[in-house]
Design a protein around this ligand. Structure first.
Ligand code: CA
Length: 540
């Protein structure tokens, strides 16, 4: 059917429960919205994942939909797809690496040999730690059997790395998701590029340094001195009898907390040694524990040092710390107990404040555009379902409020509203703490969804708005007019060429943004680059 004819057949102001244009599709609620193209959908999946599903789709359905979406991109342009997967993963724009690993595993399972090879070639960029490698192998094995290409790719992962880095990976992540280095090394059988690699391979497959003294199928016995000292220290800390021994090994060999047996994990002196060189991601994850054991106390020197590191932009950047990981850590730290287990602590204000600063600092740098922003948060019931990137407590409603705060702290001219079937007031401001913001948003009563309300509200109240930012799952159905039409009406009524940014918070294909309108943009919620992308459109 010719589109220009059908356009005349449907009323311009159809309700959301009816199509307004023939390029619209039905969302999970039966309302009509636009569909993202395959590439935009890929980005949403890579950043948001689909843990917990949505209010309308189970995790399984959503995963199947997204797997189909990845395959569609691979069929359209395989190299571009693989490059995008690697780029989103390596840039740290996504809170978790799992969707990228899953998508790359799909690419590695295709029958197209050159594409499969390209996927294996990109694998080290996506699988930067041994945990990522184990996850990749698990995902690939779900789709295909072992084969020469896969074995070689695994082998290359072990041989391309320096022996120091490999020793760290082997000591830090011995086994995960049902795989151990022993399994992979036996399967892949890589040829060691150096005596140190040879020693590490034998250590990991044969169970320790004693394996080096005997000849094996890898060859004759080799000198123990070839083994990186980290692995000797790893064995020594397992045999340690006193905490002073543990402390001295940790200090001398920069052992990480993963390498220290749990029997020493309640000792404040051990943590004091661990914290000195602790990578930032581990630091953020262990703040509760270090507070519980008494290392982090008000006014303590260690507290001051940790707070300084948490606020360091270069450290946040080089460790690829994602704002959502900081937000999840902040929520857990503030509540004074873990999501699982019995660990409890009294939160230290200085640490909490540093985490707040880290959250804002973890976003890509944004310059204020100084245009007028209406920050409109969907607070309807469906927004409380699912977990962004599988993070406990991080439902779309909570996450979007924090996300909007990042823009509000940069842009001086802004106004917050919440909407479901009506506009509701939100008790948040850039001066609020994130904790207070989360509480405020959790208290808002929920209702049906009408994503046109922010534009209708601005028109009715004659608010001058340059950019509407709508944070939503795009499951709109309740309103009498489609959101894109409401924006056009607003432009006509005010003469302001207002733009609309839709911050999508679930990995569905739905959007309220008109793909044919250059003044409307879809960004992926909790893309660390989202505030920068929003600012680009606002300034255009
Ligand atoms: Ca809803």
């Amino acid at each position: 059917m010719n589109r220009s004819y059908t356009r005349h057949l449907v009323p311009a102001h159809a309700p959301q429960s009816a199509p307004c244009r023939d390029d619209q599709v039905q969302n999970g609620t039966g309302g009509y919205v636009f569909a993202l193209d395959a590439w935009a959908r890929l980005d949403r999946f890579l950043v948001l994942g689909c843990e917990g599903g949505t209010y309308y789709a189970s995790e399984r359905t959503l995963t199947e939909d997204n797997a189909r979406g990845v395959l569609e991109c691979l069929a359209l342009d395989g190299r571009r797809t693989i490059e995008r997967i690697a780029e989103i993963s390596a840039s740290g724009r996504a809170p978790k690496n799992d969707p990228a690993i899953f998508a790359l595993a799909l690419a590695a399972s295709l029958s197209d040999a050159p594409l499969k090879a390209a996927a294996f070639e990109a694998m080290p960029r996506v699988c930067r730690t041994a945990t990522h490698l184990f996850q990749f192998v698990r995902d690939v094995r779900a789709f295909r059997s072992w084969g020469r290409g896969l074995r070689r790719a695994i082998g290359r992962w072990y041989t391309a790395m320096s022996s120091e880095r490999l020793a760290l990976q082997v000591a830090k992540y011995g086994q995960r998701v049902g795989y151990a280095h022993r399994d992979l090394l036996r399967l892949a059988h890589p040829k060691a590029p150096s005596p140190a690699h040879d020693a590490i391979f034998r250590w990991a497959t044969g169970g320790g340094s004693s394996a080096l003294d005997r000849p094996s199928k890898h060859g004759a016995a080799i000198e123990r001195s070839a083994l990186p000292s980290l692995l000797d220290a790893f064995e020594a800390v397992r045999a340690a009898k006193t905490s002073s021994e543990v402390v001295s090994l940790v200090r001398r060999h920069r052992l990480t907390h993963e390498m220290v047996p749990s029997e020493w994990k309640d000792d404040v002196r051990v943590w004091a040694a661990l914290v000195e060189e602790m990578p930032l991601t581990a630091l953020i994850r262990n703040l509760g524990k270090m507070t519980a054991v008494g290392l982090l106390r008000p006014l303590a020197e260690s507290t001051r040092k940790v707070a300084t590191r948490l606020r360091s932009k270069p450290l946040l950047r080089s460790a690829r710390v994602h704002p959502l990981s900081v937000l999840a850590a902040l929520k857990v730290y503030a509540q004074g107990h873990g999501e699982r287990g019995k660990l409890r602590w009294e939160p230290v204000r200085e640490i909490y404040d540093a985490l707040e600063d880290a959250f804002y600092a973890a976003f890509a740098l944004v310059k204020p555009t100084n245009v007028r922003h209406l920050l409109a948060l969907d607070v309807s019931g469906s927004m409380t379902c699912g977990e962004i990137a599988g993070m406990p407590g991080m439902n779309p409603r909570v996450a979007s409020a924090a996300m909007a705060m990042a823009t509000a702290r940069t842009e001086p001219h802004h106004h917050f509203v919440g909407f479901s079937h009506e506009i509701v007031s939100l008790d948040i401001s850039p001066r609020s703490t994130l904790e207070a913001t989360i509480h405020a948003i959790e208290r808002v009563p929920m209702g049906a969804t009408d994503c046109a309300l922010p534009m209708l509200y601005a028109k009715a109240n004659k608010l001058p708005v340059d950019v509407f930012i709508v944070y939503t799952d795009n499951e709109t159905w309740f309103g009498a007019v489609h959101p894109f039409q409401a924006l056009r009406d607003y432009r006509d009524a005010t003469g302001i060429p207002a733009k609309l940014v839709v911050v999508g918070l679930t990995a569905t294909e739905f959007s309220i943004a008109d793909p044919n309108d250059a003044g409307m943009l879809d960004v992926v919620g909790f893309d660390a680059a989202a505030p920068a992308l929003i600012a680009d459109l606002a300034a255009a």
